[in-house]
Design a protein around this ligand. Structure first.
Ligand code: HEM
Length: 234
């Protein structure tokens, strides 16, 4: 029987870790997108949601979620990195059959879009969570209908996306997030063994549809705010 350390080091275990953590991160994205859609409903809805999220389980909820998210992100990047290194090391020198070339193009573009997403997330956290960049719109407050004074998340997002450079940066980030997910969702499903020749086209189309839904959903926010369709005179 294989020892636990052999199993942990195996390629299939690394692929499973990458698939499971990737699916977890996609679920987070759907939750995040649903929350962000409240921006379309105005400052009261968005700021109440942001406030409630921070006070879930007396403030412990958000830290639990952050811990889980960080663990998933670290495991996802680590498994992707070690798998890529392993594939490179095992590829025979000068061996250039078409299928190898195709798969290496796919994995190279996944590595590139993954690195771009990582850079985007760091910038995004510095922007909206840490208030370390674009600080001029970070400190606003908003008084909810019940009188509680909260962080004006709505005002911060709207003021930021009124800046063409920031809005375009976010929209670009959604393009490569969508590209990464397009390939990733299918490949995760395959790793987990859910694929079957009969369902392969459905899975391929479903993965593509989910990737497009996320990219278009997130991208709709900077676009509509930049065009002045959302945010009014805020
Ligand atoms: C137009 C698109 C997006 C908007 C408007 C947006 C907005 C926000 C806001 C306002 C926060 C801070 C909430 C707060 O502190 O009150 C936040 C946090 C965060 N966002 Fe986004 N987001 C977008 C897209 C994304 C994408 C595509 C990702 C991942 C690839 C992402 C990952 C995160 C993460 C990890 C956090 C930190 C959660 C936390 O620890 O509090 N966001 N986002």
């Amino acid at each position: 029987m294989r020892s636990l350390s052999e199993l942990w080091g195996s390629t299939i275990a690394r692929k499973w870790i990458m698939a499971v953590t990737g699916i977890g991160l996609v679920l987070f994205l759907f939750g995040h997108l649903a929350g962000n859609m409240l921006l379309f409903m105005g400052p009261e809805a968005m700021n109440t949601y942001a406030y409630d999220l921070k006070h879930l389980l007396h403030g412990a909820g958000i830290w639990l979620a952050r811990g889980g998210l960080l663990l998933f992100a670290v495991l996802h990047i680590w498994s992707a990195f070690t798998l890529t290194r392993r594939i490179r090391a095992s590829r025979p020198q000068g061996y250039a059959r078409t299928e190898h070339r195709t798969s290496s193009i796919a994995s190279r573009s996944m590595a590139l879009s993954g690195l771009l997403i990582l850079s985007y997330v760091l910038y995004h956290l510095a922007h909206f969570t840490w208030g370390a960049v674009h600080t001029e719109w970070y400190d606003g407050t908003y008084t909810l209908a019940n009188g509680i004074v909260v962080h004006d998340v709505y005002g911060m997002v709207v003021a930021s996306f009124r800046q063409p450079l920031i809005a375009v940066l976010y929209m670009l980030a959604m393009v490569f997030t969508g590209m990464h997910l397009h390939h990733a969702i299918q490949s995760a499903v395959q790793t987990l063994g859910i694929s079957h020749p009969r369902y392969a086209p459905v899975i391929r189309k479903g993965g593509k549809a989910l990737a497009i839904a996320l990219a278009v959903g997130f991208g709709s926010l900077p676009l509509t705010i930049l065009l002045g369709l959302v945010g009014g005179t805020h």
